[in-house]
Design a protein around this ligand. Structure first.
Ligand SMILES: Cc1cc2nc3c(=O)[nH]c(=O)nc-3n(C[C@H](O)[C@H](O)[C@H](O)COP(=O)(O)OP(=O)(O)OC[C@H]3O[C@@H](n4cnc5c(N)ncnc54)[C@H](O)[C@@H]3O)c2cc1C
Length: 377
């Protein structure tokens, strides 16, 4: 009898999990990987798309190229999850699992920030980033705000990266002197676990005349007066607003009864949910790591090790530690790196200065995953 594993979501977490299980127990595996989309894209490619550094089509990696022993990909929308029965209903049918893994990521609730849809833009969804390709060329003078609307958001360096890349974009078009850039963030420093990374980002902001507004969220936009209203009631006029919308679990997860305080709680060491043989990994959980692909991947490795240990009857694997390296775009084709650890004690981070060499390393981060997950060289 083959082990029936159903993996919901083919993002960082779902792809890594399916790959490891196929590589190690592929001959006894019957894994179904389900995603509503026909293709994957890296979160960071949204920055490249919005600034016109590449086209939306160039960064999409089609799921149809997945060919792994024991793994079958299904492009279907998940309509219901019953974690007690480990049964999943999609637009095409029903799947029963011995082991169910929820890796459905985080969605956005743009309507939670009044005025954002009418008066602003967002670059966190692929569609939002693609739309900005037509919006940014029209911005030639005035105040651009990159504003966070809620404390829990994907890839905490991304708003700072967007500001630095916007600076380069405006310089290249010869309009930087006519523009101001501000970043509104809910933290005292850009990357709280790593003061060195934060210092480097704040120094880069200072060099480029970018204003960092600390410890504030954007609560609303007034599209008529073109002002952003912050959570202390103060107002900032804007000509271009690039928002980081409020994050939430996908609707199907909210309806499944698996969430508490908005996210799926898991055992931090094993990623097990309170439902037997049901795991949850990545952005959809409240595990305590930032919402970033590298942590979804790390969680997938831990879950894979548990599933393999179950099949082989070997000892339980080591605890998930929430370790990961994030690449940070500093502009001028240079990338820095922060290596962080979240769950073994107080969060810590080590910074490596931006360089062209790290820009190359980030490219390899992407191409190695394309090769491993999709077989694309
Ligand atoms: C601008 C930006 C820059 C970023 N840069 C980085 C970076 O440099 N490094 C990094 O590590 N992370 C980065 N991230 C974050 C990273 O993209 C996410 O944290 C990561 O994708 C989360 O992985 P996941 O597997 O948990 O979920 P996801 O990758 O979001 O995958 C979830 C999948 O579930 C599918 N799904 C959802 N609902 C349904 C449904 N009902 N039916 C079927 N399928 C469904 C979705 O289509 C999706 O493919 C960035 C994010 C942004 C927005």
């Amino acid at each position: 009898m083959k082990l029936k594993v159903v993996v919901l979501g083919a993002g960082f977490g779902g792809l890594e999990l399916s790959t490891i299980l196929s590589e190690t127990i592929g001959d006894t595996l019957d894994l179904t990987l389900i995603d509503q989309n026909d293709s994957f894209y890296f979160g960071f490619s949204k920055l490249d798309v919005m600034f016109g550094r590449t086209s939306p089509d160039a960064v999409r990696i089609p799921y149809r190229t997945i060919a792994k022993p024991g793994v079958r990909f299904r492009q279907e929308t998940i309509m219901a999850i019953d974690p007690n029965a480990r049964r999943v209903t999609t637009t095409n049918g029903t799947y029963d699992a011995d082991v169910l893994v929820v890796a459905l990521g985080a969605d956005y609730d743009q309507a939670a920030t009044p005025g954002l849809v009418e008066g602003g833009n967002e670059f966190y969804s692929f569609a939002g980033a693609a739309r900005l390709r037509d919006v940014l060329p029209a911005f030639t003078n005035g105040h651009a705000i990159i504003g966070v609307t809620n404390k829990s958001f994907k890839c905490p360096p991304a708003p700072s990266e967007a500001a630095l890349l916007l600076h380069d974009y405006l310089v290249a078009r010869g309009v930087r002197d006519a523009c101001r850039i501000s970043v509104v963030m809910p933290f005292g420093i850009p990357i709280p676990p790593s003061p060195a990374t934060s210092q480097a980002i704040l120094a880069a902001f200072a060099e480029r005349g970018i204003t960092y507004v600390r410890d504030r969220l954007v609560s609303a936009l007034d599209p008529v007066r073109r002002v952003a209203v912050l959570d202390d009631g103060s107002e900032m006029p804007y000509d271009l607003f690039l928002g980081i919308p409020k994050h939430c679990v996908p609707e199907v997860v909210a309806a499944s009864g698996m969430t508490e305080n908005g996210w799926i709680p898991v055992d931090k060491t094993t990623l097990k949910t309170r439902f037997p043989n049901v795991y949850a990994i990545g952005d959809v959980t409240s595990v305590g790591t930032p919402k970033a692909g590298v942590f979804s991947e790390g969680a997938a490795r831990t879950v894979a090790a548990h599933i393999i240990a179950g099949v082989r009857g070997t000892e339980a694997p080591p605890a998930f530690r929430g370790i990961g390296s994030c690449y940070i775009e500093f502009g001028e084709e240079r990338v820095g790196r922060v290596d962080v650890e979240f769950l073994a004690g107080p969060p810590t981070g080590t910074f490596t200065d931006p360089s062209a060499a790290l820009a190359g390393e980030k490219k390899i981060f992407g191409s190695s995953r394309r090769a491993r997950w999709f077989g694309i060289k």
